[in-house]
Design a protein around this ligand. Structure first.
Ligand code: GLU
Length: 506
């Protein structure tokens, strides 16, 4: 029987969550939902020197905003906790001892200075990539080279040590990655990584494997930067006797800079003017503020839709997917191997699509708090309906203030090009027609306008720009007939009259 799908998002709380991290969380979430499984949040804080205050809360808030909350884990409860590695500290030692007993790990007593010296010497001899491995360990200070008595003595004396994995000198490690296919690495190209430190803290590798095992993780879906660690992880499962229940691996492609040259970083966002974080972040030490998608006016569902497409595609032309639809459509088979370029314009495009899908009333509800003017919900909904075709963000719906106040200036270019000597008279006649129009709908306003043009043998270009500039002050905008309907007969006539007056005087 297939085992229950259990996936985890395992960020380290070292700062705000980069959009690459959010995408990893999203793919885990989608995979879990698709298979009716569990999505777990585990905080990997074994490296206490890199701990950043507020990062854990930031991660939780980000997942919440995106609507991709875990159903188990830190902040969500569950039977296999604690879900923070520093709180699991006492759980790791026994597995390290198990590895040492099985001769798959060993104590190493070398100081940082000694190791540096080795590195420097090797460099001088033209061998830059020095490593602690099956060859070098023979002449270093560890339990494979020292006698058992010497080792006991050092341990007894409380000499600081680390525990390292004991890799075979020349052995192929093979595993199947759900995205990349077969991956083969020779241990000759790997080093004896540190698994445990004498302060009782495991390193990332050890804690990660023990936790994934104890938390019954079925699939490890994570960023490509962890691919080089995967062979080590595969060996750890083997050495701990957990091969049968080892998770499947899926390493996600990188998110690249817009020009495709390297991994997307915060600096690219700063340089090109877009956020790389879901939410705004204030650095607790420097007070520096980094912008976030939420604060920049993005809809969470548009942001999530965009992220889903950074590395995955449904194999059909459909681009707009709700979260439920993504859960349905998502498969690891359709995640690409190569990096995806981040496209800030496409990101805006997604937001625009979501904005257009919303009704005027829904949008009005969203922008209401930003309105100073006293206007009815209905009027505001009308403004949104008219403006949404030209906006990508809700704040852009309020870009045109003529909905809320009589224009005090008139677009200079329109006046220069279109305002002719006979224009005041034409507009006065048009105003008279409108004064006697009772059914003030955009269709009727348009019909009256066109009939007037025919009667006067005038072209659109001679009248419409002037009509627009008098009512709105602008040279361009949404349909003038719809704007007029929304503003109301009285207001339009008032603006036409006062506009002519001002322009004639000028
Ligand atoms: N703690 C690692 C990170 O910060 C997790 C890697 C993994 O998912 O195994 O990305």
């Amino acid at each position: 029987m297939d085992r229950r799908v259990r996936v985890r998002f395992a960020p380290s709380p070292t700062g705000p969550l980069h959009i690459g991290g959010v995408r990893t969380a999203l793919y885990n979430y989608l995979f879990a939902k698709k298979h009716g499984g569990d999505f777990i949040l585990r905080i990997e804080d074994t490296d206490q020197t890199r701990f950043v205050k507020g990062a854990e809360e930031y991660i939780q808030e980000s997942l919440k905003w995106c609507g991709i909350e875990p159903n188990e884990g830190q902040g969500y409860g569950g039977d296999l906790g604690p879900y923070v590695q520093s709180e699991r500290k006492p759980m790791y030692r026994q597995y390290v001892d198990q590895l040492i007993e099985a001769d798959k790990a060993y104590y190493a007593f070398d100081t940082a200075e000694e190791l540096n010296e080795q590195r420097e010497n090797a460099k001088k001899q033209g061998l830059p990539g020095w490593q602690y491995n099956a060859v070098t360990r023979q002449y270093l200070k560890n339990s494979t080279s020292l006698s058992a008595d010497e080792v006991q003595e050092k341990l007894y004396a409380g000499e600081p040590y680390v525990v390292r994995i004991k890799l075979p000198r020349n052995e192929e490690v093979r595993f199947h990655d759900e995205i990349r296919g077969w991956v083969v690495v020779n241990t000759a190209n790997m080093d004896d990584k540190v698994l445990f430190k004498s302060d009782g803290m495991p390193t990332y590798h050890m804690a990660n494997i023990v936790d994934d095992h104890l938390m019954k993780i079925s699939h490890v879906i994570r960023g490509e930067e962890w691919l080089p660690s995967a062979p080590l992880h595969v060996l750890l499962y083997k050495y701990l006797g957990w091969e049968d229940t080892a998770p499947k691996f899926a390493h996600l492609p990188l998110i690249l800079k817009p020009d495709g040259n390297g991994k997307l970083s915060k600096r690219d966002g700063d340089r090109l003017g877009f956020p790389v974080f879901p939410l705004q972040w204030t650095d607790p030490k420097t007070g520096d503020i980094s912008s976030g998608y939420r604060e920049n006016g993005y809809f969470a569902d548009a942001f999530v839709n965009m992220l889903a497409f950074l590395g995955w595609n449904p194999g059909t032309p459909q681009e707009i997917f709700s979260l439920e639809e993504l859960c349905e459509a998502f498969t690891l088979e359709r995640v690409g191997k190569s990096g995806s370029k981040f496209d800030p314009d496409k990101t805006k495009w997604f937001n625009q699509q979501y904005l257009r899908e919303k009704s005027g009333a829904e949008l009005a509800e969203l922008i209401k708090p930003q309105i100073g003017a006293d206007v009815s919900d209905e009027f505001l909904a009308g403004v949104c309906e008219l403006m949404k075709e030209r906006a990508s963000f809700t704040h852009e719906l309020l870009a045109d203030n003529y909905f809320f106040e009589t224009p005090s200036e008139f677009d200079e270019k329109t006046i220069r090009k279109k305002w002719k000597e006979h224009t005041p008279q034409i507009i006065e006649e048009l105003t008279a027609k409108y004064e006697s129009l009772n059914n003030w709908t955009s269709a009727e306003i348009e019909k009256t306008f066109k009939d007037f043009l025919t009667e006067k043998e005038l072209g659109m270009g001679a009248v419409l720009p002037n009509f627009r500039v008098l009512v709105t002050g602008k040279g361009m905008g949404p349909s003038m007939f719809q704007i007029s309907e929304l503003l109301g007969k009285e207001e339009v006539i008032k603006r036409l009259k006062s506009g002519i007056e001002k322009l004639v005087q000028a």
